[in-house]
Design a binder for this molecule. Sequence first.
Ligand code: ZN
Length: 268
Amino acid sequence: MKPSLLIVFTVWAMSILTAVPSHAEEWKEIKDKHFVVYYGSAMSSEEAGRLLRQAEKYYDLIARQIGYARYSNFWTWEERVKIIIYDDQAAFMAKTGQPAWSKGYADRHPKLFESKMIVTYRQEQEFFNGLLPHEISHLILHDFLGPQTSVPLWFDEGVAQLQEAEKRAVADRLLQRLVLEKKQLPLPVLMELDIRREKNSTKVTLFYVQSLSVIDFLLTQYGSDAFARLCRQMRDGKSFAEALRLAYGHSFDSVQQLEDKWINSFRN
Ligand SMILES: [Zn+2]
């Protein structure tokens, strides 16, 4: 993820309350089945409508892709996700207290997930193809796994990138080469990596592309039903390794075997 864009969603838990539009401010709103967009004067109603349609489209795509649509009751009317669009970066920073230098991979904030909010500011097309589906995917996955489940970081970020088409293409090309040169991270290392503390930028890049690639491999090769079973086992308290065995036992029953099959997929 590009650091400059990451800033947008790095909203600290502390600032959540101040990020919510108050009635004293001039906010317009537009809503559909799962989302309500609050926007300021810089955004036209056409733009807001386009954003809302995109959000709904991504919701359906992602929910189906990871098998959530089959199990969940879907977010109800009262629990719509709020998408809050400030007019510009300066207003966003002033209201959320978000520092301009903040560019860590810190888009996991429990309070943000609980309150189902995406807070950002008006920007270009890249937002629609990148951060919007990314954040919606995080929200759906967390809803699927429930508030008690601590989602492994790599798993969370792998799912979040699924609808970022450009990133998938880059990840494929990069990993094709890295796997041939045997320079990929071993999966047990990937799965333990705490990217929030990682200073090595190559490792950070590898973390993101490999996380995406492994999740993409599971979904492409074995489908969304198996993936949904994996998520449900994790929700029921199983570790990733146990959940993997229970959901994919016919195909592989350990992280090592998953790694072997994933690596082989680059050799075909
Ligand atoms: Zn993320």
